[in-house]
Design a protein around this ligand. Structure first.
Ligand code: RI2
Length: 319
């Protein structure tokens, strides 16, 4: 039986009530803790089955964000190590709780570290542009502002969900000079921008970025205008599956996010596509700011190899 609270978390991730690649990973990992706390398992095998069910449920909510499986993997790896020591049921539960706590703390620390590292690349007087709402990208911008650097920020609306509004609110609350623009105005203002900075939902082994729909247009326009394009991301958003040739699935969301049914009928019911993400090739990315340091996109493979070793291509068993 999957606890109601876990089902609620899965629904909230799906509906984007909980959103942002980092936030959803933390919510998924928290769901594992809730599973253990509500467990009815009488033995270890039953507990592992409960954990597997929760893991599958949260991973399936949003197919693009690799932070979900990677967050779950973090906990699963600790459990698998512990299993070799023949733990009791209670000891195993304790390991899950500890691993969850560790993931929470480490992932929050990573965002702060990305801010410290990335802010060194922001100068006083810079005009920045950001797309969507990324806590990693905002960490860089907010840290630069805390260092009393005089910056202004252009924030795109980010149709269709308008996450740009959240970005504006956060930056305005921090007293930063922010201008909201429609997504299609990016080219008009790009010549005024020193650096465009965005987050990541996934980074592939060749350094390509998967991020909110419209990101690749921002990167293309930045390249053409000779504006720097930075990505701020924790290393757990790098996709190990891409090392063995898997493609990152682009989530297609409900058309009603784009247009309501009544209006759709009025305009003759055309087909509607609503991809949540797009792909920016590595040659459009100047650098990737991670908690481990600044890397060129070409170093993505090294990060993955360090984190996951050489994959065999055999799908690993979670829990
Ligand atoms: P942080 C978001 O996805 C955006 O695409 C954002 O750039 C990315 O997650 C990373 O966000 P969505 O949940 O983890 O809005 O940096 O679809 O907060």
């Amino acid at each position: 039986m999957i606890p109601d609270e876990v089902i609620r978390i899965a629904r909230d991730i799906e509906s984007m009530r909980i959103r942002g690649a980092g936030n959803i990973a933390r919510a998924a990992v928290k769901a594992l803790r809730i599973t253990v706390q509500n467990s009815k398992a009488g033995n270890i095998q039953e507990l592992l089955e409960e954990l597997r069910n929760t893991a599958q449920m949260v991973i399936d909510t949003r197919p693009t964000a690799v932070s979900l499986p990677n967050g779950v993997r973090y906990v699963s790896k600790r459990v698998n190590e512990e299993l070799k020591k023949n733990p009791t049921l209670d000891e195993l539960k304790e390991i899950v709780e500890k691993a969850v706590e560790e993931f929470m703390v480490n992932s929050e620390r990573a965002v702060a570290r990305i801010g410290e590292i990335g802010s060194k690349r922001i100068r006083s007087g810079d005009a920045l542009l950001t797309h969507c709402n990324s806590s990693a990208a905002l960490s860089v911008i907010l840290t630069a502002a805390h260092q009393n650097k005089d910056i202004k920020v252009f924030a795109t609306e980010t149709r269709p969900r308008f996450q740009g509004h959240i970005t504006c609110k956060i930056l305005r609350d921090a007293g930063i000079d922010v201008t909201l623009i429609v997504d299609s105005a990016v080219r008009l203002y790009m010549n005024k921008i020193n650096t465009a900075i965005v987050g990541a939902d996934a980074v592939s082994s060749n350094g390509a970025l998967v991020n909110k729909i419209g990101t690749s247009t921002v990167a293309l326009v930045a390249k053409e205008a000779r504006t720097l394009f930075f990505v701020a991301t924790e290393t757990y958003k790098f996709s190990p599956e891409t090392m063995i040739g898997e493609l990152i699935e682009i989530e297609e969301r409900d058309l009603e996010e784009v247009i309501d049914r009544e209006e759709l009928e009025k305009i003759g019911s055309p087909k509607v596509l609503n991809p949540a993400f797009d792909i920016t090739p590595p040659q459009y990315i100047d650098l990737i700011i991670t908690e481990k340091g600044i890397i060129p996109p070409q170093a993505a493979f090294t990060i993955l190899q360090e984190e996951f070793g050489w994959l065999t291509g055999v799908k690993e068993q979670l829990f």
